[in-house]
Structure formats: C-alpha cells, structure tokens
Design a binder for this molecule. Structure first.
Ligand SMILES: Nc1ncnc2c1ncn2[C@@H]1O[C@H](COP(=O)(O)OP(=O)(O)O)[C@@H](O)[C@H]1O
Ligand SMILES: [Mg+2]
Length: 344
C-alpha cells in the first residue's frame, strides 16, 4: 500500500471541499448517524479537557477527548473490543454499544503520530469524512460518528462480520459473484456521478453485509473534483499498486490522465478477481487473463476487456460497466439468477 500523493492537487485544482482545518458534522438517521456535513471544526491537537461538539439541531458528535484511547470509551457510549484489522491508516477496532452490548460497531482509529506526517493523517480523515458527507447510497459505507482525540482521529461505522471481499472471496457463492460485481459497479458509478474519484478500489476496501451485499468503503484517498478538473498528473495517485492502471504505473508527472478511468481499471481488476478468484498481482497481465482464463464466462469477457483496456482514452467508463449489469443490479441476489445479459 502506498501513501497518496495527490491531495495537494485536489486542493489546488478545485474548490477544496473542506478547509485545511475543517472536518464535519453528522446528521442522524434511524440507525444512528449517517451523513457527515461540512462544518468548520478545528483539528489542531487537544491538550486538555473534553471538547464535545454537539449541534443539537442535527446531533453532530465530533468529540475531542483527553488522554488517548481510554477516554474515547469514557466519553462515548462504546466498549472496546479486539483489533480486527490493521490498515494503512491505523487500527480497526471492534466496539460494542454500552447500552446494547449485542450491537457491534467498528472504530477506525487513525493515529496522528505514525510513519506518516500528522498532516497526512488528518487529510485521510478529512477526505474520508468529506466523502461520507457527499454521499448516500446503498453500496457505500456510512459513518456513524467521527471523533477527534488527542492522539488520533476516529471514525465509527457499522460492523460487517464477513469483513472485506479479499478475505471472504473464497466463501462467496459462485452464483453471487456477478451480482456482487454489479453492486460494486453501481457504487463506483454513483461516486463518479457525484464527481468523486475513489482512488483505492480493491477487494480489501469492499466490505460484505448480510447476503454478501458489497459495500464500498475506505474513502481516505477519495477526492471530490469540481467540473473543471478533467485530468490529473499520473504521479498524483496513491492507492494500491496491484490495482494501478497502466497510465499511472510510471508516475510520469508530465502525463495527464483521466482519474475516473483510473478507478474504472481498478474496478475491472476487482471484477476479474471476483469472477476468476485470481488474486491481483503486479506481474499478472489482467487483460490477457480476462481474454483467456476459463474461469471467466464468455459473456463477461467484453466488459472486462473494456474496463481493463490499457489505453485510458479507449477504456470504458463505470457507467458502461454498470450498464452491462443493469438487469441484475436491482434484484436481491437470492432472487437473481445472477447472470448478466450481454446483449443489453
Ligand atoms: N466496518 C467494518 N467491518 C468489518 N471490517 C472492517 C470494517 N472497516 C474496516 N474493516 C477491515 O479493516 C480493514 C482496514 O480498514 P480500511 O477502512 O480499509 O482502512 P485503511 O485505510 O487503513 O485501509 C479493511 O480492509 C477490513 O478488513
Ligand atoms: Mg483500506
């Protein structure tokens, strides 16, 4: 995993979605808090005291709590459980609701002092919240609560017991795979219609809800781009090498690329992996694999080839990928025969 190198570009090439020291507020839904709304909240370190930002109108909770981990759990209605993953941005901790111990949540704890700079840690957090704020879709993860703590920033989300798609790929029934591909394509296309580039589409960033319903998450590298931003330099992308489109592999600062097509390529790698069970690898020729592997049925080959097209100018868009899956995307997986009709 690599650290992104393009928030500066995103800051300078469009209206910054949030000011440098700004994070967000959260509006509630029946299940708790679901959307984050921009609000000017200071992200500078907290020395003392407990600072809980609460907008009583729509109950925003951005807590600044003292003395590290323990106090998050003192101040907020959660009990600490085990660490279930260690990601690029920190630990992912299982927590339970204090009043309802059977209700599990996940706390994403993003330390301010780590191998990255404090600024980089804050950027991951701010951009993640910015995408939560801008989006509301069945295929995207939602934020329950965001908190500022002295040593770390925290995001609380729903817990998905099946974890991420990489972990659960082998238990995913084969007849569900095209439907999962359809739902992931829909989520990516939704982001793109909102002019948000995900920036790190991969199996590990797709969580599985009940019935193997996929939910795209981890928006730390996601960027909202204003209408006027059509390209970015190829060296401005982070994400995960195995999913990198050919045009960004050389990190050529002079090459302008379509950031949405970079996402489409990564989506193609995810779908290829879903259908073939092949683990994405640097030395694997994805296009050749899509054309030749027997694990991919012939009806899926054209759309995979279009998504994995090396020349981004000729590569299809996420909308075209979704169009391929339009007949199955709205069916519950159990009712769907989970096959797409390539003629449509
Ligand atoms: N809500 C969740 N439920 C279950 N597992 C999760 C959840 N959120 C994250 N994870 C696990 O933690 C990993 C890292 O989380 P992620 O949000 O991708 O952070 P990072 O930015 O560190 O990659 C994921 O790949 C997944 O395995
Ligand atoms: Mg991740």
């Amino acid at each position: 995993m690599l650290l992104f190198d393009w928030p500066v570009a995103a800051f300078t090439c469009g209206k910054p979605p949030l000011a440098n020291q700004t994070i967000a507020s959260v509006t509630p839904t029946s299940g708790g808090f679901s959307q984050v709304k921009a609000a000017a909240i200071d992200l500078s370190p907290v020395d003392k005291g407990v600072q809980l930002f609460e907008n009583l109108g729509d109950i925003i909770k951005l807590a600044a709590v003292e003395n590290g981990v323990g106090d998050f759990f003192k101040e907020l209605p959660y009990n600490q459980g085990s660490v279930i993953a260690k990601g690029m941005s920190g630990d992912v901790v299982l927590v339970t609701c204090s009043d309802k111990p059977s209700e599990k949540r996940v706390l994403k704890r993003m330390p301010l002092k780590c191998r990255r700079s404090e600024r980089a840690a804050k950027m991951l957090f701010m951009y993640e919240l910015d995408t939560f704020y801008r989006t509301d879709h069945r295929g995207l993860a939602k934020c329950i609560l965001a908190a500022r703590c002295p040593g770390y920033l925290a995001i609380v989300m729903k817990f998905y017991p099946l974890g991420d798609l990489e972990r659960s790929l082998s238990i995913l029934p084969s007849e569900s795979r095209p439907w999962v591909a359809a739902r992931v394509s829909e989520a990516v296309d939704y982001l793109h219609t909102k002019r948000i580039v995900h920036g790190d589409i991969k199996l590990q960033n797709i969580l599985l809800d009940t019935g193997f319903t996929p939910v795209l998450s981890d928006f730390g590298l996601s960027r909202y781009l204003t209408e006027d931003v059509l390209t970015l330099s190829a060296n401005k992308f982070g994400g995960t090498r195995e999913y990198w489109a050919p045009e960004i592999r050389n990190r050529d600062a002079t090459l302008q690329v379509d950031p949405f097509k970079v996402d489409t390529y990564a989506l193609g790698v995810v779908i290829l992996s879903l259908l073939s069970l092949l683990k994405p690898k640097m030395d694997l020729d994805y296009l050749e694999t899509a054309k030749t592997t027997e694990d991919v049925s012939s009806d899926h080959r054209p759309i995979l080839e279009a998504a994995l097209e090396p020349d981004f100018k000729n590569r299809c868009t996420s909308t075209e990928v979704l169009r391929f899956y339009k007949d199955i995307v709205d069916k519950p997986c159990s009712e769907s025969d989970c096959t797409a009709n390539p003629q449509d």
